[in-house]
Design a protein around this ligand. Structure first.
Ligand SMILES: [Zn+2]
Length: 374
């Protein structure tokens, strides 16, 4: 009798423990679905959602925040997208830094920091990536999610056997959840195609002249530390590259291949007729040659295995003992955005955008990105 009651007690205890673990795991999982707060500067003139431009996104996990900074004076209308690929943190963080620092006196800047909002609610499977990373600021720490390159399969499933994107290109199945293969989108398509369609609608309705899409790529991938330009933006990209070189930043120029379809640097130019440049910085958590992916690798960018790979000549970027910290990568993005805006204004003076408080990239590099987050 006694052993039976002990057995029953043990069973009850195990069931309770299992239940508690379930509650903890579920709340941890659900916390990924909440966007971390962004604290816009006083220069913000309007905050809205992508569903304002395409109501088909309302109430879906593809809807996302849109921050509008509009000056009274004339100038170009610029779209800056971060988080097209939520596993490329410097693109997202650069967009957040801009939202939290700038004011616009002439022209308009529209920032979408989480272009693929659904991708922020999941990790890339089988990568053992940390779910979050932390950046220290003067007033405390800010924690951000490290998401997936693709839309969360919980939100869009199943993938087709092969994927023919809206621009007509046949792609591997999972690319149906890659926002940067789904342009110009479909109003009645997959969720990711609807997001792409929403961004095209934003471009149309905000009368965007120039679109910038902020990305990162693996240090062993050839298109890196680069400005990828649509042919309509070749002169802007070339002028910006020269200006960046004069400041000591080496970003190479890559022409958007005309037969690579569905990408922002192709379809924003072809379908919407705007100037478009995609910026790439090196992300040490994205490639295959790295060691264990930790939170500190996301932020500090220091990895022994990449150091070895660099010494063996296997990387497409300089990589030293100091690694490539997120502050350096955000600084590069900001320098590139600034140089592109300046180049555009040089070529077309009526397209000057008058921005106050634009963060100095050299200070971002020296002081770290946390000094520029509220
Ligand atoms: Zn990317």
């Amino acid at each position: 009798m006694k052993s039976a009651s002990v057995y029953a007690l043990r069973t009850a205890a195990l069931v309770i423990c299992g239940g508690l673990l379930g509650v903890v795991a579920a709340s941890e999982f659900k916390s990924l679905w909440k966007d971390e707060p962004v604290f816009p500067s006083s220069g913000l003139t309007r905050q809205t959602r992508l569903s304002e431009y395409f109501p088909g996104l309302a109430g879906t996990p593809g809807d996302t925040d849109v921050f509008v900074f509009e000056g009274g004076g004339p100038g170009a209308n610029v779209l800056i997208a971060g988080g097209t690929h939520p596993n490329e943190p410097a693109g997202f963080v650069s967009a957040v830094v801009l939202i939290e620092t700038i004011g616009v006196r002439g022209g308009k800047v529209v920032v979408v920091p989480r272009a693929n909002a659904s991708g922020f609610t999941a990790n890339d499977p089988q990568e053992a990536n940390p779910m979050r990373f932390t950046i220290k600021t003067a007033a405390g720490s800010r924690t951000f999610r490290l998401g997936s390159r693709l839309t969360n399969p919980v939100h869009q499933w199943p993938d087709p056997t092969l994927y023919q994107n809206p621009a007509g290109q046949m792609l591997a199945a999972s690319e149906v959840r890659n926002l940067n293969r789904c342009y110009p989108g479909r109003a009645k398509g997959y969720l990711t195609e609807k997001v792409a369609f929403g961004i095209m609608e934003l471009i149309r309705r905000e009368k965007i002249d120039l679109g910038l899409d902020l990305h990162e790529s693996a240090p062993e991938y050839p298109v890196i530390n680069a400005l990828v330009f649509h042919e309509g933006s070749a002169e802007i990209a070339a002028l910006a590259q020269i200006a960046l070189q004069e400041e000591g930043l080496d970003l190479r120029l890559e022409a958007s291949p005309p037969n690579l379809r569905g990408l922002s640097h192709r379809e924003w130019g072809d379908a919407a007729g705007i100037k478009v440049i995609l910026v790439e910085t090196p992300n040490p958590v994205q490639g295959r040659l790295k060691g264990r992916t930790t939170e500190s690798l996301v932020v500090d960018g220091r990895d022994e295995d990449y150091l070895k790979a660099a010494r063996l000549g296997r990387l497409f970027v300089p990589y030293g003992e100091e690694g490539i910290p997120i502050g350096e990568r955000v600084a590069r993005h900001l320098a590139a955005v600034r140089a592109i805006l300046t180049a555009y204004a040089e070529l077309e003076p009526d397209k000057a955008v008058d921005i106050a408080g634009f963060p100095d990239w050299k200070r971002v590099r020296a002081e770290g990105v946390g000094a520029f987050l509220r």
